[in-house]
Design a protein around this ligand. Structure first.
Ligand SMILES: [Zn+2]
Length: 492
């Protein structure tokens, strides 16, 4: 068995003006994927490990990954595509390929092109007609006709936050292996549900997602059905195909694949009014007032505020200043907090570079924020002290800086990375549990924060990952769409 593998993972926020380019991606080519690209927690790692276990010969192509951000640069995407094609043709010249198994996001958008996944799958299908293709997708994939034409089997993550990526990769690999073992063909049934879900309403441990995912698992136990998934679309992409999809993959001769997709779609629609924010949520001003009271009067520690409108892991710019401005308006209260107010953080390359140049212990005048998201952020002038500097943190080699201003501690990064990274604050010598109030540019709290939070408050702040979808001025999205059109009817 010779199986082509690889992947591309990017969630593209079309509201964010940043163009995601080569510096934002970590890319592994060919054998490098097997040497250095098998990072824990990724779908691609699950695919490769499952194929290896089955004794398959793996032909690694390209594995590219970036933190969610604005749409992907066209020249960069086409360079990845050329590599995919070149390596596939090279492999073919050495002998036949039996299958393809890829880890894709499903909501990667390229400037001037749109759906990257549909394009790459289409290109591979042209080179490998008749070769079975299975794909592992993010739960926030936006299914397009091109994607459906380009692969035979799909399976999406079943958890949000996504903690089952390797399992999903292994699932995609197993689907492919079962095709090769039985000689049967796959079929995938698709139903679009005209709905969009704010990211923070779709946690898989909470209702209604918990029951809906359970329904997928039950369907997967039916004979001949190999995968059942809900792909929720990505609410911060203004794209005609956006919406929720029910996808069911089974053997071509299995009964009930189409019916199962219809069943799942109807179940999802029936629960549409049950999607709600799980944590308490308020506008920015009130979120801050509630958090101050919790920290100062009730002594709760640590209280977390999610700056959810500017969550870089949802592709927002990471430099909106809605909450920072509210903090600066209430500095006298912030000064009374028994520990500094920790704010993690801001993607601000110029401010980070200036701090590094000034060095630890230096005081300097900076502006923070407002480089990219100029709609929801402005450059805030502050005189700060540089507390800690960390160079080349994590897989994206981001420089990190901790600065202080009165009773505030702010983290700055040179790269557009997520602030939910478990290792980020410890790298700066910070234990968030020591702080009474922590503001973090995130939506739902990642497990590392949730496990220590005395209280989790979500601020529905302004930014490119605005959770109040009804206020986003979509232009291209297909209407009617729930909840933008709350009274709409849909017959399935
Ligand atoms: Zn996702």
């Amino acid at each position: 068995m010779r199986i082509l593998s690889g992947g591309m993972n990017h969630e593209s926020n079309t509201l964010n003006p940043i163009i995601t380019g080569p510096k934002d991606f970590v890319v592994f080519y060919g054998d490098e994927i097997l040497k250095n690209g098998l990072l824990p927690g990724y779908a691609s790692t699950g695919i490769i490990n499952a194929l290896k276990e089955a004794g398959a010969e793996i032909v690694p192509t390209v594995l590219a990954r970036a933190v969610p951000n604005g749409v992907v640069s066209a020249p960069f995407y086409y360079s990845l595509k050329r590599e995919f094609i070149h390596r596939t043709k090279e492999a073919l010249a050495q002998g036949p390929l039996d299958g393809v198994c890829l880890a894709l996001h499903g909501s990667m958008k390229v400037e001037g092109l749109g759906c990257a996944e549909g394009d790459i799958l289409g290109a591979l299908r042209e080179i490998l007609p008749g070769v079975p293709v299975t794909v592992a997708l993010d739960m926030h994939a936006t299914v397009t006709p091109e994607m459906l034409r380009g692969a035979d089997g799909f399976v999406g993550y079943k958890t949000a936050p996504h903690v089952d990526c390797p399992e999903t990769g292994a699932h995609a690999a197993r689907m492919l292996l079962s095709v090769l073992k039985t000689g049967k063909r796959l079929t995938t049934a698709y139903r679009r549900v005209p709905m969009l879900i704010a990211g923070e309403k779709s946690e898989s441990e909470a209702e209604p997602m918990a029951s809906l995912i359970e329904a997928c698992r039950r369907i997967e136990t039916r004979p001949g059905i190999l995968a059942a998934s809900f792909l929720l679309g990505f609410p911060w992409a203004d794209d005609a195909h956006n919406g929720v999809s029910a996808l069911v993959t089974g053997f071509e001769d299995a009964l009930g694949v189409e019916a199962a997709a219809g069943e799942l779609a109807a179940a999802f629609w029936a629960r549409r009014k049950d999607f709600a924010f799980r944590s308490e949520f308020y506008g920015p001003q009130e979120a801050l007032a509630v958090a101050y009271r919790a920290a100062l009067e009730a002594g709760e520690r640590p209280v977390f505020i999610s700056d959810s409108g500017d969550n870089p892991t949802a592709g927002a710019a990471g430099d909106a200043t809605d909450i920072l401005e509210r903090i600066l308006e209430t500095l006298e209260t912030a000064d009374k907090l028994p520990t500094p107010l920790l704010y993690s953080g801001f993607y601000d390359a110029p401010a980070t570079a200036a701090c590094i140049k000034a060095g630890t212990g230096a005081e300097l005048n900076l502006t923070i924020g407002g480089n990219w998201d100029t709609l929801n952020g402005r450059k805030i002038p502050l005189r700060v002290r540089v507390e800690t500097i960390v160079r080349e943190f994590g897989p994206f080699h981001a420089d990190l800086v901790l600065v202080s201003y009165r009773n505030l501690r702010l983290t700055l990064t040179s790269k557009h990375i997520g602030f939910g990274e478990e290792e980020l604050l410890p790298a700066l010598g910070i234990n968030p549990a020591d702080y009474c109030l922590v503001v973090v540019k995130l939506g739902y709290l990642e497990p590392c924060f949730r496990s220590i939070a005395a209280r989790a408050i979500m601020a529905t702040s302004r930014g490119c990952s605005n959770e109040v979808l009804e206020t986003i001025p979509y232009q291209k999205i297909r209407r009617p769409l729930y909840p933008l059109d709350p009274d709409m009817e849909w017959g399935g």
